[in-house]
Design a protein around this ligand. Structure first.
Ligand code: HEC
Ligand code: HEC
Length: 502
């Protein structure tokens, strides 16, 4: 977050002094002059920011902004997201040992949004938001590697994967329509193929393994998504089921709900895989431990596998450099009683920041082209999965005792994420693991280029723009895609203008 209050003040002052030329520069966090329709409040009245600058994804919600105490915590938490952790044994932001996926959250979530499409995998390449997904012949994660495999190690350890052996190739794809719209306009599609040389992997591997990429998802607004009642998500599942959609039914058997520390269980709502049901045990709360391998009081162990600990402890070079025996190294690596590197207070600040991020307000909704595009978006059935709005509940869940009663809340807000928070199979070549992918929220994505320097889409960033993203839709979305293909060029462009404005 960059000096929101100052920008806000400057904008208020400037708004009285505006001459020709400053008409479209009214975006620095200034509140709208005339009463905007409710539809502009993408994150509801409590969760929307009117900042649409390159810092649009980094702003606090009104709940945080209005509480000096929360705002201070938010700012402290923000540094834990933005700054690099180090392998130091003293001082701030300690971690990374013995192995890590990245040194900071921001290195994968540039500008707090999606990452960039990349031609190579290097943990140090800024904006590389990719996770490696390494699976076996049954499409299960290879158990010798962590679910999020690491390519960084602290001396003298070796990384599980040496990244010089990772290769990303982008292949051309011709769809069943020969990459031509009915009106004759052509397009091109590409998708990634990833391999890792066996010799670059420092743990034993099965005979067959396959590698794919998963790209980051925006972080803003995840606190508002957290406030949607479980029952509403289950009702959406039942509704789409009644419409005949093919859904990942196993996820909605109560015995498969995600169990939390407080004994409650919840249907998944976060990540492409719907693997997380609450923010308090969400992708961020876990990432601050496993991405950076930072221990905290409730996680006093490393994010590594026994296969890795075995391989490293048996490595004579490592034994020599550490001056320790195999048994000692193994015990160190697998210890469940490591000192906490992150204090409880830091973790609480981090979670206040996490639940405190606002969603950028919609823009240009009264523009005639945008209005036309909206009509088309509804008419051709995109809203079946990109459900426009949800209403949050009482927002009283307190799962994790560490943050109990400390996080900002968003009761009874009408929010507009444009997602059903369910998974579909869009049936694309070299698809995501299992083929099931949560509908990605579309809110705020139009600001991606401005906020992150990149505007690719889909789970592995194969779509270089909105048009390509839509053209990759198959499975239950095929009919809708065909309707899109049959729109006039002007209407297709209007639909995309609408997507850019929400
Ligand atoms: C290696 C790159 C990488 C790093 C570093 C990283 N993330 Fe992510 N993040 C991802 C990917 C990839 C996804 C989507 C993955 C999925 O669906 O499983 C994601 C998803 C998320 C989401 C879920 C959004 C949603 O709508 O479901 C949140 C929240 C998040 N990350 C927060 C964080 C935080 C906080 C950190 C730092 C502690 C962090 N991430 C570090 C790659 C990364
Ligand atoms: C059957 C459900 C379904 C329908 C119908 C559908 N989508 Fe999607 N949409 C998805 C899913 C699932 C994803 C995530 C796919 C992935 O990342 O591989 C997605 C992703 C997207 C994305 C990329 C989001 C991002 O930033 O990565 C865009 C843009 C999009 N859809 C637009 C549309 C439009 C426009 C329509 C109507 C023509 C539409 N969708 C219809 C399910 C659907």
């Amino acid at each position: 977050m960059k000096n929101r209050r100052n920008l806000y003040l400057a904008a208020l002052i400037l708004s009285g002094l505006c001459f020709a030329g400053c008409g479209d520069d009214d975006e620095n966090g200034k509140l709208p002059e005339q009463e905007l329709s409710e539809e502009y409040y993408t994150g509801g009245k409590l969760g929307t920011t009117f900042n649409s600058t390159s810092f649009a994804y980094e702003q606090p919600t009104a709940v945080v902004d209005e509480s000096p105490e929360l705002l201070l915590q938010f700012k402290r938490g923000e540094t834990l997201f933005e700054h690099e952790f180090t392998s130091n044994t003293e001082g701030v932001r300690r971690g990374l040992g013995p192995v890590s996926v990245r040194s900071s959250c921001l290195s994968c979530h540039p500008g707090y949004g999606h990452g960039k499409r990349m031609d190579r995998y290097r943990a140090k390449d800024s904006g590389n938001g990719y996770l490696l997904v390494v699976t076996d012949a049954n499409d299960n994660y290879v158990s010798q590697l962590t679910g999020m495999p690491q390519t960084q190690a602290v001396y003298p350890y070796l990384p599980p994967i040496d990244e010089s052996g990772i290769k990303i190739e982008w292949k051309n794809y011709t769809d069943e329509y020969g990459n031509v719209f009915p009106d004759g306009e052509t397009y091109s599609l590409i998708y990634p193929e990833v391999t890792i040389e066996r010799s670059a992997i420092n743990v034993p591997m099965p005979d067959f393994y396959k590698v794919r990429l998963e790209a980051t998802i925006g972080i803003y607004g995840t606190g508002l998504i957290d406030a949607i009642p479980d029952d509403s998500i289950i009702a959406q599942y039942q509704y789409e089921k009644s419409l005949g959609f093919t859904l990942n039914d196993a996820k909605y058997l109560p015995e498969n709900f995600i169990r939390e520390a407080d004994g409650t269980s919840h249907p998944g709502r976060y990540t492409y895989g719907l693997t997380r049901g609450t923010l308090q045990n969400g992708p961020g709360a876990n990432a601050i431990w496993n991405i950076t391998n930072v221990t905290r009081s409730d996680r006093r162990y490393h994010y590594i596998t026994t296969a890795y600990a075995t391989a490293m402890s048996q490595n004579s070079d490592i034994q020599e450099k550490l001056g320790k025996t195999e048994q000692e190294i193994y015990a160190d690596l697998m210890s469940r009683e490591l000192p906490a590197e992150m204090s409880d207070n830091d973790y609480i600040d981090f979670m206040v920041w996490h639940r405190g991020l606002a969603v950028p307000a919609a823009r240009n909704l009264d523009d005639p082209t945008v209005k036309k595009g909206k009509e088309k978006f509804y008419e051709i059935g995109c809203t079946a999965c990109h459900r426009p709005s949800w209403t949050t509940g009482a927002d009283k869940y307190t799962g994790d005792p560490m943050v109990k009663d400390k996080l900002p809340r968003y009761p009874y807000q009408k929010i507009r994420p444009y997602s059903d928070f369910l998974q579909h199979r869009l049936a694309m070549v070299n698809d995501i693991r299992t083929g099931w992918c949560r509908t990605t929220p579309l809110w705020g994505r139009g600001l991606s280029e401005k906020s992150t320097g990149a505007s690719e889409h889909l789970h592995d960033m194969r779509a270089r723009n909105y048009n390509e993203a839509i053209l990759w839709h198959g499975g239950d979305a095929k009919l809708t895609k065909e309707r899109y293909r049959n729109l006039s060029k002007t209407d297709r462009e209007a639909l995309i203008k609408f997507l850019e404005s929400i």
